[in-house]
Design a protein around this ligand. Structure first.
Ligand SMILES: Cc1cc2nc3c(=O)[nH]c(=O)nc-3n(C[C@H](O)[C@H](O)[C@H](O)COP(=O)(O)OP(=O)(O)OC[C@H]3O[C@@H](n4cnc5c(N)ncnc54)[C@H](O)[C@@H]3O)c2cc1C
Length: 452
């Protein structure tokens, strides 16, 4: 990038030290957890931005986007950089718009809606909300680090989704303001259904600058582990908790052996060969859980109160996509898929996958509610990687037997499972970023539309 551009950017921010160019810093701010994928790793490791800017308010965001537009410089927005598919890796250099300093919680309304800046960390919001009788409806297992804006733009759901669905469901994302990359950038309010034009679009069609995020009344939670001789027993037990509305729950996870052996800090809670369930349920249902587990042939090996994100052990640290991290730590050969099994056919689907792929695929189930209110066995299976072709065969086979796959081994939106078939994210990009400067290369249908 021309040094005049760096000087120009420095003059826009109140403090020029918030324009960063040190190579090691740029390298760090250019990457996320894309290396989870052996397919994305070689493609993205050498991709870097050229300069990072750290605005502290929306006026600075407007000024940076105006400057970038005038000079046709790409802009890649970054929250905390915990994405898994290289979402915030700049493919064409340019500016990294690091929003980590825009981290104010403005208020929690009496109706339980948090109003905040995008860089606010989810863990801080959970802690603040619980002090006031509220809590996050759902959060990724990266709670401590991930930002609200990054979750909305790059995530999908997590702990809490078994009751409250994903981010796009049940009006959880009430509204946000978006800064556009038009000739003259504007701040546009999206509320109600229009949030879906921008939600999970990886910062390709606007920069979220202020967010209204609905919370749930806080619950006194208990975390528990239950172990079973077989995966079938553990699955059926957890399914019965997840699907029965009588249980108040935040997490219903199942692992088959050897996945629990990867969790070195809590490995003592399970014996060799057993399958394991991790649960968060209302504290006053703890005795009932113990009885239900015994009746299902299992044993509760740990039960302790959840006291907020700093609780130790924090069982959510082993769930959702943290499970893959533990597997990769145990053996770098492992990677993962993101699947949705059929509630009625899942046992048959498990059987077919085992028959075709043996222990190349290890079952890790996360029960979650879908947008129709049905609790389904979502899954982030651990996969032993051999070749990209074999991985693609597994994905194709899953789809052929009715298992939904959001492919985490591509870094463009359209294959990732959250791209809207009605193309409203694409239409918003055509409107808000007609020159294609926001996170270029991540919404490939936009480029197709331009070149046709
Ligand atoms: C160990 C591990 C576990 C995970 N578990 C989960 C999980 O349970 N559920 C889940 O959904 N995800 C999960 N993820 C993925 C990721 O942590 C979450 O999606 C997280 O919420 C991303 O937040 P972030 O602030 O790090 O976003 P970033 O990685 O910084 O950004 C994500 C995307 O959003 C864009 N973006 C960021 N901020 C803005 C903004 N203000 N406006 C517009 N675009 C923006 C970026 O350009 C990028 O495309 C996991 C990842 C890891 C490494």
């Amino acid at each position: 990038m021309h040094s005049d551009h760096i000087t120009g950017l420095a003059s826009l921010l109140g403090d020029p030290s918030r324009v960063l160019t040190a190579p090691a810093v740029i390298e760090r701010l250019s990457h996320d957890f894309y290396w989870y994928s052996p397919v994305l790793r070689p493609k993205l490791e050498n991709k870097n931005g050229e300069v990072a800017v750290q605005p502290v308010n929306v006026d600075e965001v407007l000024a940076v986007l105006r400057f970038a537009g005038r000079h046709e410089i790409p802009v890649t927005t970054r929250g905390a950089g915990t994405g898994n598919y290289g979402q915030c890796v700049p493919l064409e250099g340019g500016i990294i718009l690091d929003l980590s300093l825009m981290d104010k919680l403005e208020e929690i309304t009496p109706e339980g809606v948090a109003v905040c800046q995008p860089g606010l960390r989810l863990g801080v919001l959970e802690t603040e909300a619980r002090k006031r009788g509220w809590e996050l409806r759902m959060y990724p297992s990266t709670l401590a680090k991930a930002s609200v804006g990054g979750f909305l733009a790059g995530g999908s759901g997590g702990i809490g989704s078994v009751t409250h669905g994903g981010l796009r469901d049940f009006d959880t994302v009430r509204a946000f303001e978006v800064v556009t990359m038009e000739e003259e950038p504007r701040i546009v309010l999206h509320e109600g259904a229009s949030v879906h034009e921008i939600l999970h679009a990886w910062g390709t069609n606007g920069v979220l600058s202020r967010i209204w995020f609905a919370l749930a009344p806080a619950v006194e939670w208990m975390q528990a582990t239950a172990v079973f001789d077989s995966y079938g027993q553990a699955f059926s037990f957890t399914e019965s908790i997840a699907t029965d509305p009588a249980w108040t729950k935040r997490l219903a996870t199942v692992f088959e052996w050897p996945i629990p052996s990867f969790f070195s800090p809590i490995k003592k809670l399970v014996r060799e060969g057993k399958s394991m369930a991790l649960l968060m349920i209302a504290a006053d249902q703890c005795d009932a859980l113990q009885m239900a587990a015994e009746a299902a042939g299992g044993e509760v090996t740990f039960a302790g109160r959840y006291e907020g994100p700093r609780t130790q052990p924090l069982l959510s640290d082993y769930t959702w996509n943290h499970t893959t991290l533990w597997a990769m730590k145990a053996d770098p050969i492992y990677t993962y898929l993101q699947c949705g099994f059929s509630p009625s056919e899942c046992r048959e689907q498990f059987r077919k996958l085992r028959e075709s792929f043996g222990d190349e695929i290890l079952f890790h189930i996360e029960f979650m509610k879908n947008g129709d209110g049905v609790v389904i066995p979502g899954a982030i299976p651990v996969v032993r990687f051999t070749t990209e072709e074999r991985l693609n065969d597994m994905i194709a086979y899953c789809r052929s037997i009715g298992v939904f796959v959001a492919n985490p081994h591509v870094n463009y939106l359209e294959e990732g499972g959250r791209f809207r078939p009605d193309n409203i994210q694409l239409m918003a990009k055509q409107k808000y970023d007609p020159r294609g400067l926001l996170n270029p290369g991540k919404m490939i249908s936009f480029h197709k539309a331009v070149t046709q």
